[in-house]
Design a binder for this molecule. Sequence first.
Ligand code: PMP
Length: 338
Amino acid sequence: MDIREGFAGAVGKTPLIRLKGLSEECGCEILGKAEFLNPGGSIKDRTALGLILDAEKRGQIRPGGVIVEGTAGNTGIGLALVGRARGYRTVIVMPETQSREKIEMLRLSGAEVRLVPAVPYRNPENYVHQSRRLAEALSQEETAGAFWANQFDNTANRDFHAATTGPEIWQQTDGRVDAFVCAAGTGGTLAGVGRYLQSQRAGIQTGLADPAGSAVCSLLQRGEAVTEGNSISEGIGNSRITANLEGARIDQAWTIPDEESLPLVWRMMEEEGLMLGSSSGVNLAGALRMAESLGRGHTIVTMLCDSALRYRAKLFNPDFLQEKGLPFPTWLRDAVKP
Ligand code: PMP
């Protein structure tokens, strides 16, 4: 029998998919880990579960308690579902700029959603700081207490990736993986998977694919926050090095413009039948940059973080894309005609 136990049991153990067209083109094996198949629909189900299991172990959350988090959406969906499955309420603080589909999904998942203006991290009204203050306030008010998940700086996030996602990739490739590439939101995936893979073989390369407008690439390369351009991708990029990313060995880093990543999202739809969100496009662009740098014959793993359905109104909206001056395929207009 192969039966998994509830929500927690259904998280992870996602397939690793060979992307044939991309692999043939660059001469490396490009493998995408199908994180969109997690029960809440994204890689962040792993983070949510990892943070809550750690909090339970440490006694930081009690039955009937409240989970509070600031999130671009996917972690919130994961937390709300973990909360449903394990008996916690969830309150999510989120920038109002995030996709409508994620906000709707959060509410359907049972979370109480508080939308706040999108302001930089240095502003005390930033969603992360608001979520911390809200958790402090609820800790006093709620009898069963409140737990601030703090995905950016709670290193239980990267530790969970090191304990689960990393070993899955190692086993699925029979240890033949040469490089791991992905974008960083919290940095938990890149730091955790990278740490585990490099503990198995130190020569395994790690690469950061950073969306335009994020400072992480320049912070890693030059120690200063320099940003250029912007990106419609959600959930990735940052203005700082989080505690999860701090100290991680990252061998290469690139800034990826939307003009480079979006065509890969369309291409995965056209040639693989894979419906992906925008961060997956950034990751695939990074995997191709890594292939260019390593040369032919290497195995490169990246993450397919979530699905296109979560971004229908933006990423799959020709009017929105046209307004931003971004490329889209001719079939998209016909496909979304009312
Ligand atoms: N892709 C998507 C769609 C996400 O929501 C996130 C996290 N917010 C990431 C990638 C980045 O993952 P991490 O936080 O582990 O860096």
